[in-house]
Design a protein around this ligand. Sequence first.
Ligand code: NAG
Ligand code: NAG
Ligand code: NAG
Ligand code: NAG
Ligand code: NAG
Length: 371
Amino acid sequence: MTTSPVIYCAAPDCGKETTSSLKCPVCLKQGLTSVFCDQSCFKRNWALHKSIHNKPGVERYDPFPEFNYTGKVRAQYPLTPKRIVPDHIAKPDYSANGQPISEHVSDRSGKIPINSEDEIKQIKKAATLAREVLDIAAASIKPGITTDELDEIVHNATIERDSYPSPLNYYNFSKSVCTSVNEVICHGIPDKRPLEDGDIVNLDISLYHNGYHADMNETYYVGEKLSKQAINVVETARECLDLAIKHCKPGVTFRSVGDIIEKHAKQNNCSVVRTYVGHGIGKLFHCAPQVAHYARNKSPGIMKPGMVFTIEPMINAGSYKDISWPDDWTAVTADGSLSAQFEHELLITETGVEVLSARNEKSAGGAVKRI
Ligand SMILES: *[C@@H]1O[C@H](CO)[C@@H](O)[C@H](O)[C@H]1NC(C)=O
Ligand SMILES: *[C@@H]1O[C@H](CO)[C@@H](O)[C@H](O)[C@H]1NC(C)=O
Ligand SMILES: *[C@@H]1O[C@H](CO)[C@@H](O)[C@H](O)[C@H]1NC(C)=O
Ligand SMILES: *[C@@H]1O[C@H](CO)[C@@H](O)[C@H](O)[C@H]1NC(C)=O
Ligand SMILES: *[C@@H]1O[C@H](CO)[C@@H](O)[C@H](O)[C@H]1NC(C)=O
């Protein structure tokens, strides 16, 4: 998930890549990082820069004016300050310093955990709570709401369920949910961009409850102006995941999941992102197995009862290639085409598979007919 950070000078008349550590102190207090090459960039642009500091009446601005965006979505800062998690809520190891040490230890062993009956009970409880939070946030999606407002809804709903929002501070991620709009493939940071009629948006909810993580995401349509292309990519992603789930049972190889997904994507003129994979989940947010979503991959392992993992195909309307925004999180399609994703959390049982993150009849969103 981490790559070496590329940082751009926040001076509007500079915007060059920089390795400087000079940060605007006012921004830091507001939970933002604005890096400047040197004092000269900072002072020369102060009058302009200070206009971004929290002002009543809301100033929105693009923090990466020099960046060649691949599509129409722009980052819209300032980000809101980090939200507080009350002391009584149990927190994962990375909540203090951003480093999930226990995951690094598990990475080295590469073993796929087989969960006991009691562990499965806890995992199911966390998944049920995450589904509730996802449904609450999804019901609030409408043109005009900002992704930051969705973050606040997710954060509050998570805390009300005595749970920690897993994304918060994971490798220093600054928000409680990932919101990925249009050409954003994944890991979009909630900001001040209002959703527009015709957008598609993925909400990725994960939470930590009583020692166990849950993780699921869905892509939703915003408003009424659905384009033919948006419907095709979203419904193809939904179908890819459904087909992959039907295939899961004891004895099936993890690598075969990608063959099924890519075949269906191709039949619908879509491509499969290769950079991001599904993963084991439970006591750790991410652990073995890795589940790649493209054909002829080499993901090791065979499904056995008690394994819990996610399948989460990211499907693009154009090329499968992805690049990152300068925030070092937001992954977007390299050609600016739309991208959609669905993620379920699955338990392998003695006879097949159970979807721990299943929708219910009240869940917002859902499939629409292709036009
Ligand atoms: C952005 O694209 C333009 C035109 O293709 C190019 O001249 C410029 O160097 C690019 N900027 C960056 C920062 O890559
Ligand atoms: C979230 O919780 C905070 C603190 O309790 C409260 O001030 C805020 O209004 C809540 N926001 C929403 C959208 O419920
Ligand atoms: C994450 O934040 C901590 C302090 O909050 C800092 O020490 C650490 O360098 C940051 N890590 C990264 C990868 O930015
Ligand atoms: C969906 O969840 C998975 C697992 O955390 C994550 O890797 C992926 O990036 C999420 N998708 C989006 C669009 O955020
Ligand atoms: C895929 O693209 C081809 C060629 O552009 C077209 O003939 C076909 O109808 C498309 N299929 C779907 C399912 O959109």
